[in-house]
Design a protein. Structure first.
Length: 122
């Protein structure tokens, strides 16, 4: 996990790129974390990636530990021909990521299609 200090937003923005991979049932999910404080998960929409958060994440990371990932089939996560990227799959992927991060009911900010994913998990 990256701890953010100072006010160098450029450096903070660079840290907001997924640098880790979680193997979820044979699918690689790209993820990252940054900041310090209560956990907050960022879920992007389609057809985007976690990069959509690069402008707001540095500010959020000053007071939260951010966890972010690229939905399966998007961004730096694994993509395969004919891959199921339905809402049901994304719901299960979010549940797997929360379990992997050992987070129980963190604050979640979601965008677009990603907004339906945490609603299904509540």
């Amino acid at each position: 996990m990256t701890r953010l200090t100072g006010t160098n937003d450029w450096a903070i923005t660079r840290m907001m790129s997924p640098t880790e991979t979680f193997d979820w049932d044979g699918t690689g999910i790209a993820w990252g974390s940054a900041g310090s404080g209560p956990p907050m998960v960022l879920v992007h929409g389609t057809p985007f990636s976690s990069h959509v958060w690069h402008r707001v994440a540095p500010e959020l990371a000053r007071e939260h530990t951010l966890y972010f990932y690229d939905l399966p089939g998007y961004g730096q996560s694994e993509k395969r021909e004919g891959q199921d990227v339905s809402l049901g799959i994304q719901n299960n992927a979010l549940a797997a990521m929360l379990a992997f991060w050992k987070l129980d009911r963190p604050n979640i900010i979601a965008h677009d299609f990603g907004g339906a994913t945490p609603c299904e998990r509540i």
